[in-house]
Design a protein around this ligand. Structure first.
Ligand SMILES: Cc1cc2nc3c(=O)[nH]c(=O)nc-3n(C[C@H](O)[C@H](O)[C@H](O)COP(=O)(O)OP(=O)(O)OC[C@H]3O[C@@H](n4cnc5c(N)ncnc54)[C@H](O)[C@@H]3O)c2cc1C
Length: 394
């Protein structure tokens, strides 16, 4: 047998699983189809390490609690990569949620964050509203401030992989997995390497962490496997060449009341995101003109003075959420991660669908718990909660 665990996909989930299994001493390999990590969703997110305040409205309390806990570990273990940032929520006469509802949500959020210093919130005094970087004050009723953390998602992914490699994991880039065969007590996969040759390897378990490609990876398994019904939902971000300070604004789209973040990003301002059902090859996602207009409209509605500056979008990108198929709007669907195994006891293949950047470490632990019956006893007991992450290049 070549490996204990072979992982498909060099996004945050793949590298997180590689870190968890390598830290337990399992012989681990990660295969990524591109020549670098995080080309998929893990460089196209909103880059927030957050509990997800709005998931409280869907009663996803355990998800929010888990994400807040993971945020606290990341603030401790990756201080160069994950920074606590003030978030302002302005509440207008036309806002969907009243000041009372926002206060109630933030109180529950603080409770789920164990009332730690990072979970505190306050109401911003009216006398301080003019310090909010030109925020529109017409019909403004209240402004609340709490904290979330920001990261660089691609750098975080690289840092977690570096940690996995320190514990012995192997990384093979330019390795597109094309075929998986499930055998009696192990699995076999084939990938095409950078020379165009087909290479075969075997592993006790294969973890499919191919993000938006995960369902198509399941489709290339023999014997044929039951798949999960998911939708791919595109989210676009734009970057404008201005600075509004090192703070985040959490606003509602004036058009449909969807939540939008306005965030500092390497000296500029990033705005996102949108939701459009996507039905093409995941490598072909790109921002639509209507998405860019939607984000610009929202931004200028809250920061009207910026409209006179004739700003030109300096960057734009889109990523794909993997959400359970449903009739509901994308932002009302469950964010719980789905784990699909070929069999419950001693699985030979596990696929991850959905998930959060924030909770990648917890997701990796959930994966490990589900595949442990296929693996020998762990030779190491390093807890990934205690592993430091270093900003790549430092
Ligand atoms: C618009 C948007 C905003 C988001 N914002 C946030 C946020 O602010 N905070 C948060 O916590 N979460 C956020 N998320 C969720 C988070 O970004 C994703 O859950 C996470 O990045 C998914 O990571 P992944 O590893 O599953 O997928 P990916 O990052 O897409 O990685 C999958 C990898 O698999 C590789 N791959 C695919 N097929 C093959 C193959 N056959 N062979 C080899 N390699 C293959 C791909 O090249 C890719 O590198 C956001 C998501 C979106 C879409």
């Amino acid at each position: 047998m070549d490996y204990d665990v072979a992982i498909i996909g060099g996004g945050i989930h793949g590298v997180g699983v590689a870190q968890a299994t390598a830290a337990r001493g399992y012989k681990t390999v990660l295969l990524e189809q591109y020549d670098h990590l995080a080309e998929g969703t893990s460089s196209r997110s909103s880059k927030l390490i957050h509990g997800g305040l709005r998931y409280l409205e869907q009663y996803e309390f355990s998800l929010v609690r888990e994400c807040l806990l993971e945020r606290s570990y990341l603030l401790k273990n990756a201080p160069d990569l994950v920074k606590l940032t003030p978030v302002y929520i302005p509440v207008y006469k036309s806002s969907k949620r009243s000041p009372l509802m926002i206060r109630a949500g933030l109180s529950l959020y603080a409770l789920l964050g164990n009332f730690s210093a990072d979970a505190r919130f306050k109401k911003v005094k009216k006398s301080q509203w003019n310090q909010l970087h030109g925020l529109n004050q017409e019909k403004l009723r209240a402004v609340y401030q709490y904290y979330e953390a920001q990261t660089d998602d691609a750098l975080l992914t690289q840092a977690v992989m570096a940690s996995a490699q320190q514990h012995g994991a192997e990384l093979i880039l330019n390795a597109k997995v094309t075929n998986i065969k499930i055998k009696d007590d192990h699995s076999q996969l084939s990938y095409v390497n950078d020379l165009g040759q087909e290479v075969v390897l075997t592993s006790k378990v294969i973890v499919n962490a191919a993000g938006p490609w995960a369902a198509s990876v399941v489709d290339c398994v023999q014997p044929k496997q039951k798949n999960v019904q998911v939708d791919l939902v595109q989210g676009t971000h734009i970057v404008l060449p201005i600075q509004l300070g090192e703070v985040i604004f959490y606003i509602e789209s004036p058009k449909d009341k969807r939540p939008i973040f306005i965030m500092p990003w390497y000296g500029e301002t990033m705005i996102g995101t949108t939701e459009s059902i996507f039905e093409d090859d995941p490598s072909k996602t790109y921002p639509l003109e209507k998405e860019v207009d939607y984000l610009l409209d929202a931004f200028y509605c809250y920061f009207p003075e910026q409209k006179n500056k004739d700003l030109i979008v300096s960057k734009q990108y889109s990523g794909l959420r993997v959400l359970p198929r449903s009739q509901k709007n994308a932002n009302q669907r469950s964010r719980e991660t789905i784990y699909l195994r070929d069999r419950i006891n001693k699985p030979r293949l596990l696929s991850i669908f959905g998930g959060k950047l924030t909770a990648y470490r917890a997701t990796a632990e959930h994966v490990l718990a589900r595949i442990e019956s296929s693996l020998p006893s762990a030779s190491n007991h390093i807890d990934t909660k205690d592993l430091k992450l270093v900003r790549p290049g430092e």
